[in-house]
Design a protein around this ligand. Structure first.
Ligand SMILES: [Zn+2]
Length: 236
């Protein structure tokens, strides 16, 4: 009896491992290059005026980044979306409501991505091709939905943990100690768990941390590129 239970558990665990492996197989966590290039990515925005403060910081350092926008915030702040795009930054999709995708039905999952693409296209005239799953959670349903929409999933290899750390220096250290060529850096200009786009808190610490990260990495000989460009570098 015990053998049967253990064998069944073993098979179930094996199937689960295969499903997880398959779900994450094509997700980009870091980019395999030797050149000292990294990508700065900002999630959960737009969140004016903090998104604007970030744009000013990036412009001051002549750095281009990727912004993974939350559909609900896009609808609330179209001018901020235009400001990010017209500054030359890359626009990505971070779902509409920022719910954990693995908790949704296949239809709702696709709707979260497609609806955000539509609201972005209504403002900018084009749809993003990059998606960042809220909380980094991706199951087989999301993988299939993204494949159907011709999109790629982007995760992260250097995390500032700026949703729980408020000291800019500490945020910067969390990122800097995980940097290598091809790293994808995660920071936030908005707040994923805040439903009402109008009640988002400050991201001043992230703005200051961004300046520290850029100055330190430039001093180490790094340059910055949006995630799409970083991925293209690896394919050259
Ligand atoms: Zn998020």
């Amino acid at each position: 009896m015990l053998r049967k239970i253990l064998a069944t558990l073993g098979i179930a665990l094996g199937v689960l491992c295969v499903v997880i492996y398959w779900s994450y197989k094509d997700v980009i966590i870091t980019v395999p290059i030797t050149e000292k290039v990294v990508a700065l990515t900002f999630d959960d925005g737009p969140n004016p005026p903090h998104t604007q403060a970030l744009l000013d910081m990036l412009a001051q350092h002549e750095v281009m980044a990727t912004f993974f926008l939350k559909g609900r915030n896009v609808e609330a702040f179209p001018e901020s979306v235009r400001a990010v795009a017209s500054a030359g930054h890359e626009i990505g999709n971070h779902s509409y409501f920022h719910r954990p995708m693995i908790s949704l039905s296949k239809t709702d999952m696709r709707e979260e991505v497609a609806r955000t693409n539509t609201v972005i296209e209504n403002i900018l005239g084009y749809e993003p091709v990059l998606f960042r799953p809220p909380y980094g959670a991706q199951g087989p349903g999301l993988k299939l939905a993204l494949q159907g929409l011709g999109m790629r999933s982007i995760l992260v290899s250097a995390n500032g943990a700026d949703w729980e750390v408020t000291d800019p220096q500490q945020i910067a250290i969390s990122v800097l100690e995980n940097i290598e060529p091809g790293s994808i850096i995660l920071l936030h200009d908005g707040h994923g768990d805040v439903d009402d786009p109008e009640t988002q808190d400050s991201r001043d610490a992230t703005v200051v941390a961004t300046g520290i990260i850029i100055e330190e990495l430039k001093a180490q000989g790094y340059r910055f590129a949006p995630v799409g460009d970083l991925v293209a570098l690896a394919n050259q």
